[in-house]
Design a protein around this ligand. Structure first.
Ligand code: ZN
Length: 270
């Protein structure tokens, strides 16, 4: 129709009408293009919000799973430090560890001898350097699809990349620390007595062996004291350089996602 009208206007040499026809065609194309653009942008915005909502759910779940690590590692380290001070003669007794242990696990106090046993059991922890969970399924999906750059919010994108790098680094770092690990109870068998015990208790179905430490013999064994010092430093590095940094980056990512979604809740209150 329009083509026929243009041809007619050209024949008539009506240049104003030709220009007008062209103008109508160009504007029509531009409008169609703009509408497509708007629709695409709307679809991307919807995807982004859905992605952020799913990511937020993953973050909450992961933070919950990491809480045990963030909470228990410094507690274990605190008790190990007190034991070390006692072994080096800087403390007269282990009463401070008992207070700490009961504070962390009050149920222990209900069973005769269990607090003492669980304090001795702390030597086992120095070699138990497990990697905390760090997987965010939504993020893994987007990384494998090579679509990290499609995340519209620069803040979320960079916080996510920082967390992923940090947790990868933590895994390598913890792996390296594990190579230095010394299983004290196995390396120094004369200093420990470990046997399965018929404790008359039930702590959420957990079972504990009965541990007895020969502290006097430990204090006069230089090889053991050195091994303890190395192991406790290892555990300290594990806690502060292996576990904490990724948890901090995860909290920053949570903050960035909250801001983007307009959430003002306090993650600790959940
Ligand atoms: Zn949140």
């Amino acid at each position: 129709m329009l083509l026929r009208s243009i041809t007619k206007h050209v024949k008539d040499q009506n240049w104003f009408a030709v220009a007008l026809d062209f103008f109508i065609v160009v504007v029509g194309i531009l409008i169609a293009f703009q509408i497509t653009n708007w629709n695409e942008r709307r679809a991307t915005a919807v995807d982004e919000r859905e992605f952020l909502n799913r990511l937020h759910g993953d973050i909450l779940e992961l933070q919950e799973r990491r809480t045990e690590y963030d909470k228990s590692r410094p507690e274990i380290l605190e008790i190990l430090n007190v034991i070390t001070e006692f072994l080096y003669g800087e403390r007269d007794d282990l009463s401070a560890t008992e207070a700490l242990q009961v504070q962390f696990l009050p149920e222990l106090a209900d069973f005769e001898g269990l607090v003492e046993s669980s304090i001795c059991n702390h030597f086992e922890w120095t070699d138990a350097l497990t990697v905390p969970p760090a997987t965010l399924p939504t993020a893994t999906e987007i990384v494998y699809a090579g679509r990290v750059n499609d995340i519209a919010s620069d803040k979320v994108k960079s916080a996510l990349q920082t967390f992923l790098q940090q947790s990868e680094r933590a895994e390598e770092y913890i792996g390296a620390l594990r190579k230095n690990g010394i299983r004290l109870t196995i390396t120094f068998p004369d200093l420990f007595e470990i046997r399965s015990s018929k404790w008359d208790y039930d702590l959420d179905g957990e079972t504990f062996s009965h541990y007895r430490c020969d502290y006097e013999a430990m204090r006069s064994n230089p090889a053991f004291l050195n091994a303890v010092e190395v192991s406790v430093r290892n555990y300290s590095n594990y806690t502060f350089k292996g576990v904490f940094p990724a948890s901090e980056k995860l909290a920053e990512l949570h903050q960035a996602v909250d801001e983007e979604l307009g959430l003002t809740h306090n993650s600790e209150a959940e």
